[in-house]
Design a protein around this ligand. Structure first.
Ligand code: SF4
Ligand code: SF4
Length: 205
């Protein structure tokens, strides 16, 4: 459910939100509702078009970004794929879970939905059950664990970095550095950006 105010905001910034799906807008509004002080929504003025971004596979993003968050769609996909190895590599941010108390009306339905899904897939895991209902109700509350200062899925292949779960990686990784569609946040493009490809974009401008 997207509030009237946010619907107006999305309409006033057609460049960024014009091509967004209903699900994307709903996800953004949930994040904004939960973290009104920290979750900034991108306006057309702050957006930079990146039509030809090329990843150099340096792996900096996988090492530097501390919280690679995963969403409900990611958790559901991995459950369907039987990727218990991936689900086992996720952690729930328990600093966020007290927020579940604000969702009293929805928690019963979210738990029932999680239980039914696990039953249909023949998965018996309390952890996956929690991952499902927590991500159903909260954004940015589940993230990929780290090891040796980087995402656990980061691998080295010769001079290049590789993602060991590339085919099914979290949506947030699939999207980076795009916000929605082909735009990114101008704050990401700066001289000290951790991403060499974004730094190069700055030089070309
Ligand atoms: S930091 Fe940029 S260039 Fe390096 S792997 Fe990440 S997206 Fe690609
Ligand atoms: S899941 Fe893959 S792409 Fe995402 S941070 Fe980890 S190694 Fe990088």
């Amino acid at each position: 459910m997207v509030s009237e105010g946010l619907l107006r905001f999305f309409k006033d910034n057609p460049m960024v939100y014009g091509g967004a799906t209903r699900e994307e807008l709903e996800q953004l509004s949930r994040i904004h509702e939960l973290y009104p002080d920290s979750a900034r929504l991108l306006t057309d003025c702050m957006a930079v078009e990146l039509p030809f971004f090329r990843c150099l596979r340096c792996g900096q993003c996988c090492a530097i970004v501390r919280y690679i968050t995963v969403c409900h769609e990611d958790v559901k996909r991995w459950a369907f794929q039987g990727r218990l190895d991936i689900l086992d590599s996720l952690a729930i941010d328990e600093r966020r879970t007290p927020l579940l108390a604000l969702k009293k009306d929805e928690i019963k339905a979210a738990k029932a939905e999680a239980w039914a899904l696990l039953e249909s897939l023949g998965i018996c895991s309390l952890k996956v059950y929690r991952l499902l209902y927590v991500t159903r109700l909260l954004e940015c509350a589940v993230y990929v664990k780290r090891s040796n200062g980087a995402c656990v899925f980061l691998e080295e292949k010769g001079d290049m970095a590789a993602c060991s779960v590339h085919d099914t990686k979290p949506l947030v990784c699939k999207k980076f550095p795009y916000y929605i569609g082909k735009y990114t946040d101008s704050r990401l493009i700066k001289e000290d950006s951790f991403c060499p490809s974004l730094r190069a974009t700055k030089k070309k401008k």
